[in-house]
Design a protein around this ligand. Sequence first.
Ligand SMILES: O=C(O)CNC(=O)[C@H](CS)NC(=O)CCC(=O)C(=O)O
Length: 258
Amino acid sequence: MAHNLAQCRTVIQKAVSGGAKALFLPEASDYIASSPSESISLCQPADKSPFLLGLREDAKHHSLPISVGVHEPSLNPASKRIRNTLLWINAKGEITHRYAKLHLFDISLPGRPPMKESATIEAGNEILPPFETAVGKVGAMICFDLRFPEISLALKRQGADVLLYPSAFTVPTGKVHWLPLLRARAIECQAYVIAAAQVGKHNEKRASYGHSVVIDPWGEVVAELGGEGEGGPEVVFAEIDLERVREVRGKMPLLRRT
Ligand SMILES: O=C(O)CNC(=O)[C@H](CS)NC(=O)CCC(=O)C(=O)O
C-alpha cells in the first residue's frame, strides 16, 4: 500500500503540473491482493488508512479534488466481508461522497480460474445521486457496473454530465468489451465517461487490461492511455466541456420532456 500511495503521488504531481482541476484514479488503487483473506486483512477504515490519509493530505495541499477506488470495512460489524468503494476527496482533503460497488464480478471464463468477488466484497445497495464538482455533475460507478447500463441511465436522468468507471478490468474481457461498452454508455447517456484503469501485472494470478480513457458525449475518445504500464504510473488530460454536453443533448434529445 505504501508503494501504491507513492505511485498515486507521482500521478498527483503530474496532474498538478498539468493544471488538472480534478484527478481520477482507478478502482482498488490502495491494493489488489492475491487472495480473499489477504484482501480482507489489508482493509482499513478510511480515517485510519495511511493510503487515504496520504491522498487527502495531497488533495488539500494542492487543492486538487481526487476520485479514488479503495477497499473499506463493511458497515455491519458482524460482516466478514469488505466493501469496494469509490470516494470523492474534495479540494480541502475531505471525503465528501462514497459509492459502494453494486455489481460484483463473479465469473468463470474458459481456461481461466473463476473469479468470485462476492467472496470478499459485500455489494452496495444504492445509486449515489450525481454530485457537483469542478468538472460538472458526476455519477459514480465501478468497473463491472459498466455491464449494467441501468445505473448510468438512472444517473443521466438525475442530471449527471460525467460518468465514472474506475476499473481493474481483466485482460481477456478488456480486449473485446472495454471500449465498446464505455463508448455505448457515453453515447446513450450523452455524457462524458472517465474510466481510469489499473494496468499490468499485480501478482502471479492477476493482471489488468489498462487503456484508461476519456470519452466525450458524442462517443468519441478524447484521451487514452496504453495497455503496458511498464514506464510507471501515467496520467492523461482531457477537457470536460459542459457546453458540449448541452449541445449534444440539445441536438438529439433522448430524454422525454412532458
Ligand atoms: O479485486 C480487487 O481488490 C478489486 N476489484 C476488482 O478488480 C474487480 C473485482 S475482481 N474487477 C472487476 O470487476 C473486473 C471486471 C471485468 O474485468 C469485466 O467486467 O470484464
